[in-house]
Design a protein around this ligand. Sequence first.
Ligand SMILES: Nc1ncnc2c1ncn2[C@@H]1O[C@H](COP(=O)(O)OP(=O)(O)OP(=O)(O)O)[C@@H](O)[C@H]1O
Length: 289
Amino acid sequence: MDYAINAVNVTKKYKGFTLDHVSLQLPKGSIMGLIGENGAGKTTLIKLILGLQTSQKDTASDKKSGSRITILNHELQSFPTAAREQIGVVLDDCCFPDTLNLVQINKIMQNIYKNWNPGCFNRYGELFNLPAKKAIKDYSKGMKMKLSIAAALSHHAKLLILDEPTAGLDPVVRDEILDVFMDFIQDEEHSILISSHITSDLEKICDYITFINDGRIILSDVKDDILSNYGILKCTQEEFQKIAPEAVHGYKRNSFGVTALVERQKVKGPFIIDPASLEEILLYNVRGK
Ligand SMILES: Nc1ncnc2c1ncn2[C@@H]1O[C@H](COP(=O)(O)OP(=O)(O)OP(=O)(O)O)[C@@H](O)[C@H]1O
């Protein structure tokens, strides 16, 4: 398979936190959602993929395990500067000087990106209702996010890497932006890696989902397969004892019995298993023990 991102055995150690030999493959032409609780390691992984932080590879064991990141078929270490235009990035803070306005940013970006498309930037500015003459410092949080997204979409990028791009946006604008992301990948050459706490957004647009917890990937698969393989089972304590432990990925006890996240195929018996949302799959995996 042809991957937009192929990260293998990526490791980063901070005091009290280790991103531990994480591997992630984003097939070209698709959207992958990154889900995890606060501090799980999503931003760290994104920054490592972008080369904004360096991964650990100074120990003998890491050399053996072959830590490696390839983006759009280029090794990260030797990524050509010119090819950087092919990556559109949105991180959680707005990266433009806040005294500038949209018109000034449009002019400046033409000198930064060879492939900058001023008409495209203007169109997104209008679509996202961004005032052209207002200084960025007077933009709301949501407006700044929309500005970052407009910029990421205006230099003919082939890959978008987006860290919580819909945080702070109202449902109507979020829906509009999700449509823009869906349009972006219609061409098989375009791909998106997106992290978000709004799991319903990811459920709408993603082809693949990667769950990350405490620096480790706990599940990474085709979204539709995840949603069809996992389900919520409600039963009595006695019934729960009869379910194979390997089928259970987390459970909660309550006064009526047990509610558990299960892998459908591993559950034997006449149980009713309801669909599980991505949010429930995360919650049970992280907290439901
Ligand atoms: N520069 C740094 N120095 C030390 N520790 C760091 C640094 N950057 C991140 N960390 C730690 O790494 C861990 C993962 O942080 P990260 O920002 O990747 O999480 P996240 O999944 O993006 O969380 P959130 O959803 O809250 O944005 C946290 O414990 C954080 O404190």
